[in-house]
Design a protein around this ligand. Sequence first.
Ligand code: NAD
Length: 260
Amino acid sequence: TLPGLQDKVAVVTGAGSGIGRAAAMALAKQGVKVCLLDLLNERTEQVKQELAAMQAQAITVDVDVSDPLRVKQAIDTAAGTWGRLDVVFANAGINGVLAPIEDMKPEDWDHTLFVNLKGTFLWVKYAIPHMKQKGGSIIVTSSINGSRVFSNIGMSAYSTSKAGQIAFAKMAALELARYKIRVNAVCPGSIKTHINQSTHPSPELEKVKIKVEYPEGSQPLEHAPGQPEQVADLVAFLASDASSHITGTEIFIDGAESLI
Ligand code: NAD
């Protein structure tokens, strides 16, 4: 059992799938009440039922993470339901359109930045009023693409958004230290999820000369992509008092994938 999580309240974005779903389950196992947020309610409803089977308390709210009004409403709903907010896991994200920079449509660039980066800013912004009295923990899902792995050609928007999330988490950690709110970024390598459903390669990608062969499963540690549950364990640790002195940092969870 991790210290300091029993009866706490968390919001988890992208909770209907992959890392968000696994993190919601990991937090619930520690006694956390979880507000499950995603674009589609069908997905989070299923997770909610799985949590109910574990006797865990959960609610769902469908929300586009880049819509300021809906984000504020969702956070107020979560905090209003249980009278507090202790943990924010700003995790929802997309790979978006992959294209060479010269062919990248500005609106496609904007969409990826809106969901991944503005989406992170909004959750932190609207969570602060609910967390500033008692403190808490905010965790952001960035990626090894945010600072180390740039071999995925066509992912300029994605990598920029992921780098922005790391810088933002560090600024937020500094600003919010006075409220005893910790902010950290987790940076996964390849993880077995449904993220490819949000990947849209453009036809122009074919013409990009630099093509780095990067076989799936080339992680030195396990020779396979990681599991969402492995990231979820890190998220639960960062949410708990076991990490009470850790803030403003980026933690790689990639089986050394970013080192090769
Ligand atoms: P996933 O596709 O399985 O889950 C992402 C969830 O986010 C989905 O349920 C989706 O509906 C939701 N979502 C997408 N856009 C949204 C929006 N605008 N509003 C609300 N919800 C939205 O993928 P995942 O791998 O679990 O991704 C979670 C995070 O992990 C992302 O930020 C991703 O960039 C990051 N990440 C994933 C990997 C990987 O290999 N899977 C690696 C590094 C980082």
